[in-house]
Design a binder for this molecule. Structure first.
Ligand code: SF4
Length: 244
């Protein structure tokens, strides 16, 4: 049923309402339940490096502070607009909520060298909490439930003793990351809504598909990346989206 209030909302504002709910869900997820899961799984990273490869992960999304740190410490050239752009306007320009790390030709993370992270001390937040996570995903039956551990039993070492102090630190970092991700998305959606209204643009899925077909054929496209509260214009093509 659509309430009169919902009728006034635009498509992106609808999503904003959902995201606000999601942030509340994450912060209210019971600490003790999650600590129990962390204890039971007993995961410890054994530096196998699998999570840095395309076999395990498609891309490394960067929260704004991750991207800022990488720009300041090693350079902007390692960043690319996060793939799976969120929107395309009626003039064929894409918009996305943040940056990701570039990948190599084989899809592995650009920082992954000789089985190790080349910039481990400034690795992004998602790499620090991985494989722990706390976001909702549909299960096989399509019901939404929280996903807590990624790639269970496929990497690292399991059934280790994890102290209560470490469990609490993991929990805190996971909740901070997951709600930080949702907040970045929320600010992006609110800003894009205002930007489209001010400039009389509209979101066009037809244009999205058309431009993606052109992109796949090798044509350069414009992607506006939302970073530190502003849109940064990037011109990308398939060739420069990956490093050799
Ligand atoms: S930044 Fe480092 S830890 Fe993260 S995926 Fe890349 S190589 Fe792995």
């Amino acid at each position: 049923m659509i309430t009169p209030y919902q009728k006034k909302l635009t498509k992106s504002e609808f999503k904003a309402v959902d995201i606000e709910k999601e942030i509340k869900c994450i912060s209210s997820f019971p600490d003790e339940d999650y600590i129990k899961i962390i204890r039971e799984v007993g995961f410890v990273c054994d530096f196998c490096g699998k999570c840095c490869t395309s076999e395990f992960n498609d891309h490394v999304f960067l929260l704004d502070d991750d991207a800022q740190k990488i720009i300041e410490r090693i350079g902007r050239e390692f960043l690319r607009p996060a793939p799976y752009f969120d929107l395309c306007d009626n003039l064929g320009r894409f918009y996305v909520m943040g940056y990701a790390l570039k990948t190599k030709q084989n899809g592995d993370c650009i920082f992954f060298r000789d089985g190790r992270c080349e910039h481990y001390e400034i690795r992004p937040r998602i790499c620090r909490i991985y494989p722990y996570m706390l976001h909702r995903e549909p299960d096989e039956a399509g019901n939404f439930e929280f996903r807590q551990i990624s790639g269970l039993d496929l990497h690292g070492s399991y059934h280790n003793e994890i102290s209560h102090k470490s469990c609490k630190e993991i929990l805190k970092s996971v909740k901070e990351y997951e709600s930080g991700f949702q907040r970045q998305k929320l600010v992006f959606l609110k800003e894009i809504d205002k930007y489209f209204k001010d400039n009389n643009f509209r979101n066009s899925s037809q244009m999205y598909d058309r431009m993606m077909r052109e992109f796949k054929k090798g044509k350069a496209i414009e992607v506006n990346v939302f970073f530190q509260g502003k849109f940064e214009k990037e011109i990308i093509s398939k060739q420069i989206n990956k490093h050799g």
